[in-house]
Design a protein around this ligand. Structure first.
Ligand SMILES: NC(=O)c1ccc[n+]([C@@H]2O[C@H](COP(=O)([O-])OP(=O)(O)OC[C@H]3O[C@@H](n4cnc5c(N)ncnc54)[C@H](OP(=O)(O)O)[C@@H]3O)[C@@H](O)[C@H]2O)c1
Length: 175
């Protein structure tokens, strides 16, 4: 941690990154998470999160210190975390899906394209709007190097997905 390099006294949020990109790696995270909890106790970190974790690892982390966010791989096509997303909403934990647009493998789906065309939106905007619909505690962190894409992604928060579109989109990840 390089607080001096960043010119900060405290880091607002630090995630303990645990497993691989595809799925969590099982096993205890008590040791590294306890170290972060101690740094938080010392005032160097304000909030703690966990990334690439299983439900069991989230439970273990919460037994050590407060967890404010979970950052796992989740999008309209990759939905292994469906239950964890719901649990985070129930327990008041932010869920910040990484690869919300597919990451290294950009989302490609005829259904996404068709829904987007009907709504006069872009497929990426529909994918983001779908995520926001799914939980009150989802925070979106799509990556972009383009100001135009950033504007487009922010505008996705205004898209209202009709129920029939949601049904179609839900079926993408069910396949
Ligand atoms: N915790 C972890 O293990 C982990 C792993 C991976 C990523 N992350 C984090 O998760 C966040 C998102 O991940 P990510 O950026 O890899 O994946 P992503 O958000 O799913 O996809 C980013 C890609 O989508 C493109 N894109 C963004 N907006 C677009 C738009 N409106 N239209 C067309 N293309 C668009 C970007 O290209 P342009 O630049 O051309 O817009 C970029 O190639 C990042 O903050 C990243 O650091 C965390």
């Amino acid at each position: 941690m390089h607080l001096k390099h960043l010119g900060l006294e405290t880091l607002d949020v630090v995630n303990l990154r645990v497993g691989g990109l595809e799925r969590p790696t099982p096993g205890s995270i008590a040791e590294p998470f306890t170290v972060l909890a101690e740094l938080r106790r010392q005032g160097l970190i304000r909030h703690l999160g966990v990334s690439n974790v299983s439900a069991e690892q989230l439970t273990e982390a919460r037994s050590i210190a407060q967890v404010v966010c979970v950052q796992n791989n989740y999008n309209v096509a990759t939905r292994n975390d469906r239950e964890l997303v719901d649990r985070c909403a129930r327990e008041g934990i932010a869920y910040t899906p990484f690869f919300p647009l597919g990451g290294f493998t950009p989302l490609q789906s005829a259904v996404l394209d068709a829904v987007a065309a009907r709504l006069g939106a872009s497929p990426r905007q529909v994918a983001l709007a779908w995520l926001l619909l799914h939980s009150a505690t989802i925070l979106l962190i799509p990556g972009t190097s383009s100001v135009a894409h950033l504007r487009e992604n922010i505008a996705a928060t205004n898209i209202k997905l009709p129920a029939d579109a949601v049904d179609e989109l839900d079926r993408i990840g069910a396949r």
